[in-house]
Ligand binder design. Structure first.
Ligand code: ADP
Ligand code: MG
Length: 703
């Protein structure tokens, strides 16, 4: 058993956090930097050299040889280019370790290799990474050695955001400003800062690496493109919260240690619904830091898995017919003096500030349901949303019994006089303690659910950055706050105006509230009656980015320009097209080079058996029937390959990315389905020994 250091000793040891800053920075510089981190002052370039020298000293003591500007371009994964601290050798052959203020503040990766959605022509490929001092630098240890990672934003030469972080920071400023206006309305003069807090729960699958390497679909696309269901699926629900397997336990143990070192407060871990599926949740943090933490978490899961002979699948739907993976975005607003604006308190019906905030959030989500849905759109999530185990593609809000009741009172009588209380949970067993119940039970099927003192947006895909959905939530709520403040700040009679506005918002937007089963077919029909958008696929969702309503709002709060929004839409279409194209080609490859030859080989064996049985006069009808069935399916598969080949080829001739995306969605995806069907059936008929890749059962149950 290896030595286990205590969490307290380990936590944050590889982070240039406040403690390290105090230790390594001169006092005056420390206070200067703190002001910038807290948003009270712009960064003074004059202190950059001193800060850089301190970070270098600290990082080198941690064994770092290289540094990198760590950023999140629109490829969906983090990017980094490693530079060593080494200077060119002097005449005597000796070298120095150097890291200047300029190295810290600014980097210039070749922007042309990252998606920009037409934001820059290749002749002006410049892009800059700039230090984000609000997210602490950290040292990451892996096979490449120890590397100092400096979280950075990534912008084009002309200042357009090319990444996830820039708009996130902008949206945090927007929500902060508008939240402060709300607080001032209610007489709060002391809170100076309001930050959105995010807790991102991460789901993932863990499989054996040797088996993974035998599946081209997993290698190239992150999900299985073929695969018949195993005899046992998740129907017994015996995996969910089940005992964690030893091998997985060892993996989680190492993941936690690595994360703690890098200051990521990994907190809870458990098995998820599907076999081989797990979840890891950190303690929440400021949105920007939380978004970086989530990236570190995803990287760490992948890295540690490989080290242990495993592979971590972050795809939203690695196995058809089996529960997919998401990422829950828990969102709340907290002041610098510790007030959570989403905390209803013990008596919500009397908490006017909370009721206004709640009414604004209902308005925001209802008005921009399409945009919120879009923020969770990615190619993998299309296979998950609207399936029987994930939230539907329809946005609705779950509030719970207590708040539903308060709103009902407000609407029916104009006044809310009481709040339903939680009470005690009686187990009926003397030796068990009676625990205090929450006032409201949970609804696991709601995409946007109120959970005690935060909202939980459950649509985000497991691979996605938490940033886009947070940007949308921050901005739509900022807009609703701003609209409300515009009215209330001018009101002669604040109390009456407030009362009327809350009721008005609730009445106008109650159609977004839904407490029933979000996975049911009835809800789809009911939502249509209510006029709520149901954007089933990514292709249907992307246009929400560039509606007049969206552009007006994002420009008003300086979060995105129209140009940036158009470029993001363009990148999303492009990403969709590339991903589906790779999937189609991978299917053809696997079918033609692996599966069909294996099945043909098997038919050869079978017909040999039939012949020899016939020659000695033994009844071979069973063998012959099987041979016939297989041949029929083989022919169907062969035909489907041809069709898939044709439509994939046709798709590549389409110039316009949006048109192309629709073609992929309408023609290529169905052709892929049509190929999968006969092949999955064949898998159930053919001898397991000859099937050229591990089955679903092998992948999910044998690790
Ligand atoms: P639940 O029981 O509702 O799932 P947990 O306590 O397990 O809640 O938290 C789920 C996630 O939500 C965790 O990542 C947690 O840190 C985060 N979280 C808890 N409180 C808040 C909050 N006020 N704001 C944002 N995230 C939060
Ligand atoms: Mg959750």
């Amino acid at each position: 058993m290896e030595n286990t250091a205590s969490i307290m000793d380990l936590f944050g040891t590889n982070v240039f956090n406040d403690k390290a800053m105090r230790q390594y920075l001169p006092k005056t510089i420390y206070y200067e930097l703190r002001k910038t981190i807290e948003g009270r002052k712009d960064l003074d370039p004059a202190i950059a050299d001193v800060v850089a020298a301190a970070i270098k000293k600290w990082a080198i003591e941690k064994g770092a040889t290289h540094y990198t500007h760590w950023f999140q371009p629109l490829t969906g994964v983090t990017a980094e280019k490693h530079d060593s601290f080494l200077t060119p050798p002097k005449e005597d052959g000796s070298v120095l370790m150097e890291f200047s203020g300029k190295d810290l503040i600014k980097g210039e990766p070749d922007a042309s290799s990252f998606p920009s959605g037409g934001l820059r022509a290749t002749f002006e490929a410049r892009g800059y990474t700039t230090w984000d001092c609000t997210s602490p630098a950290f040292v990451r240890e892996d096979a490449a050695g120890a590397i100092l990672c400096i979280p950075t934003a990534f912008c084009s030469f002309t200042g357009e955001a090319l990444d996830q972080k820039t708009p996130l920071l902008r949206s945090m400023e927007a929500i902060q400003q508008q939240s402060l206006r709300i607080l001032r309305l209610f007489g709060n003069t002391t809170s100076k800062k309001v930050t959105p807090s995010i807790g991102a729960e991460q789901e993932y699958f863990l499989i054996d690496r040797q088996k993974y390497l035998q599946r081209k679909d997993l290698i190239y696309t992150g999900r299985t493109l073929f695969g018949a269901m195993p005899p046992k699926g998740q129907e017994l629900d015996d995996h969910y919260f089940g005992t964690i397997r030893q091998r997985v336990g060892a993996f989680m143990h190492q993941v936690n240690e690595e994360l703690w070192k890098m200051g990521v407060p990994a907190k809870t871990q458990h098995n998820e619904v599907a076999p081989a599926q797990h979840e890891l949740a950190p303690i929440y943090a400021e949105a920007n830091v939380a978004a970086d933490h989530n990236q570190i978490m995803m990287q760490t899961l992948k890295r540690v898995a490989v080290r242990q002979g495993l592979v971590c699948l972050l795809h939203e739907k690695p196995f058809a017919g089996v529960n997919g993976s998401g990422k829950h975005n828990n969102w709340s607003l907290t002041t610098d003096d510790g007030i959570n604006l989403l905390d209803p308190g013990k008596r919500p019906h009397e908490n006017r500030q909370f009721l206004l905030i709640l009414a604004c959030i209902l308005k925001a989500v209802d008005t921009h349901a399409d945009l919120l849905r879009e923020s969770a759109a990615n190619v993998g999530n299309d296979h998950r949303l609207g399936d029987h185990e994930a939230p539907p593609a329809i946005i609705s809000v779950f509030l719970g019994e207590q708040l539903d009741d308060v709103l009902e009172q407000l609407l029916s009588t104009g006044n809310a006089t009481h709040s339903i209380r939680g009470g005690k949970l009686h187990t009926g067993v003397k030796t068990l303690p009676d625990v205090i119940k929450d006032a409201t039970d949970r609804n696991r099927t709601s995409p946007f659910a109120f959970t005690n003192n935060k909202f939980e947006f459950r649509m985000v895909g497991s691979r996605d950055s938490i940033a886009p959905s947070t940007v949308v939530i921050n901005t739509i709520v900022a807009e609703a706050f701003a609209d409300a403040c515009d009215i209330l700040e001018k009101a002669d009679d604040f109390d009456t105006a407030l009362h009327d506005l809350i009721i008005q918002y609730i009445a106008e937007h109650r159609k977004i509230i839904f407490g029933g089963n979000g996975y049911s077919e009835e809800w789809v029909e009911e939502a249509a009656r209510r006029g709520l958008p149901n954007l089933r696929s990514m292709v249907d969702a992307i246009p929400a980015l560039v509606t007049e309503k969206s552009i007006r709002m994002f420009e008003r709060f300086g979060v995105f320009t129209a140009t940036e929004l158009h470029s993001r839409a363009e990148i999303k279409y492009e990403t969709y097209n590339k991903a589906v194209n790779i999937e189609a080609l991978t299917m053809i490859d696997m079918a033609v080079k692996q599966i069909i030859p294996a099945v043909i080989g098997y038919t050869g064996t079978l017909s040999g058996i039939v012949q020899s049985m016939n020659s000695i006069g033994v009844d071979a009808t069973v063998q012959l029937d099987l041979l016939k069935d297989i041949s029929v399916l083989l022919k169907e598969a062969r035909g489907a390959v041809e069709i898939l080949r044709e439509v994939s080829k046709e798709a590549t001739t389409i110039e316009n990315n949006e048109t192309k995306a629709h073609y992929y969605h309408d023609f290529v995806l169905p052709a892929m389905e049509a190929l999968r069907r006969p092949i999955d059936t064949l898998e159930m008929l053919v001898d397991k020994e000859v099937w050229p890749m591990p089955s679903y059962g092998d992948l999910m149950f044998e690790i």
